[in-house]
Design a protein around this ligand. Structure first.
Ligand SMILES: Nc1ncnc2c1ncn2[C@@H]1O[C@H](COP(=O)(O)OP(=O)(O)OP(=O)(O)O)[C@@H](O)[C@H]1O
Ligand SMILES: [Mg+2]
Length: 371
């Protein structure tokens, strides 16, 4: 079997060892020769280039994604050409467009922040008036890592974005913490869930993940799992689905957004779960039986390496990290250091959560230059 992946980022890169283990061929349509997944890049082209994507898809049994930026007309052309696209265009639309997502979650009765579509400053001003004078505004499409997310207290603060089309306005959620629930679903219907995790964002970017989420046995974990299962089935998701969640100070669980691919909140599964999200994604899109999702150790802590050393010399710092943190598992993405960029992550697993958090932060800081 041969899986094709559109996009050559770190998610495609981390599918490669999983494919090797399963004896599956993996081919990646990369953005350029230096893509993070360059080991498996067999063609170069943009995700929006219909000819490039269709030509690439001709040689694969199943097509999947490293990101959600393949335009709907290109997805439609793939389906029309008989390509097995997983997840399919109908599901992916909800990860591509936050307004489409919000409408659908309301239809399904899934709890989410108070929201409105706002087409101009008057509508945003009305939303601000109704929601305590503050709102999170989001560009419906194309945002990532907090780009396309802005907290505003006056409608004029979103004037530049409104010029390009309607926006999503949301209440500023008073959350205790952020959580993520990942599930995987096969076309034939089998669905499995990993333990609920806690995610820590800074500046709109994921920084740390603790698995399982502390103090989440019972009710909260059940609610999160129910939500993710409901969404996976209702939207006919195939592959891995990550549901980003808020746990509010008054103990409600609200859906933030969805990703239909491996997700930063699931990187811990490589070292901390019986089946990694990358292996599971391949199994799921190929409609193979899914693997067990339990934890291999009581706790896993994943800390991203963001930016990299100020002098840009990542390689010279690696031996020191490996020497000082022999229990840390390092995953580098083959990306050049740049401020704020996700260039790798570190995971440690074990029994003592406080010590693991300390270890993972210290190991990551060896590379990000913030020790
Ligand atoms: N309604 C809200 N209330 C409070 N904080 C919010 C709200 N929406 C988003 N945030 C904060 O901003 C972060 C980024 O928002 P969101 O996940 O919608 O954006 P994104 O750029 O698409 O993210 P990603 O990097 O996950 O693709 C969230 O993780 C959360 O910390
Ligand atoms: Mg997000």
């Amino acid at each position: 079997m041969r899986v094709g992946v559109i996009g050559g980022g770190q998610l495609a890169r981390m599918m490669v060892p999983a494919a090797v283990g399963l004896g599956i061929d993996i081919a990646v349509l990369g953005e350029g020769p230096d893509a993070s997944a360059r080991l498996a890049v067999t063609a170069i082209g943009a995700a929006g280039d219909a000819d490039a994507v269709l030509a690439f898809a001709r040689d694969v049994d199943v097509l999947t994604f490293d990101h959600e930026h393949v335009p709907q007309p290109v997805l439609a052309a793939l389906v029309e050409a008989g390509v097995a696209v997983r997840p399919g265009p109908g599901a992916l639309a909800h990860a591509q467009d936050k307004l489409v997502l919000r409408r659908r979650m309301d239809e399904l009765g899934v709890p989410q922040p108070v929201w409105a579509e706002v087409a101009d400053e008057a509508q945003l001003a009305a939303f601000l008036d109704a929601n305590g004078g503050r709102a999170v505004v989001k560009t419906p499409r194309g945002g990532y890592d907090g780009k396309g997310v802005r907290v505003v207290t006056a409608a004029a603060e979103a004037a530049d974005w409104l010029a390009d089309g309607p926006l999503l306005a949301e209440e500023v959620v008073d959350f205790r913490r952020e959580l993520a629930q990942q599930v995987a679903r096969r076309p034939s219907g089998e669905v499995v869930a990993w333990p609920l995790v806690e995610t820590v964002q800074g500046g709109g970017v994921c920084r740390e993940v603790i698995a399982p989420a502390p103090h989440s046995a019972g009710r909260i974990a059940d609610i999160a799992c129910d939500i993710a299962m409901t969404v996976a089935e209702a939207l006919d998701v195939t592959g891995v689905l990550a549901v980003e969640l808020f746990e509010t100070v008054d103990a409600r669980i609200l859906v933030n957004e969805l990703a239909m691919r491996p997700h930063n909140s699931g990187h811990w599964t490589i070292d901390g779960a019986t089946t990694s999200q990358f292996e599971q994604h391949l199994r799921a899109v190929l409609d193979l039986p899914l693997g067990a999702t339990g934890c291999r150790d009581p706790w896993s802590v994943m800390v991203n390496v963001l930016g990299g050393p100020e002098d840009g010399d990542l390689d010279s710092r690696v031996p020191g990290l490996l020497a000082e943190h022999p229990t840390a598992k390092l995953h580098l993405y083959g990306k050049a250091p740049r401020p704020g960029r996700k260039i790798g992550h570190v995971t440690v697993t074990g029994d003592d959560l406080d010590d693991l958090v300390f270890q993972a932060r210290a190991a990551s800081a060896r590379l990000s230059g913030t020790a």
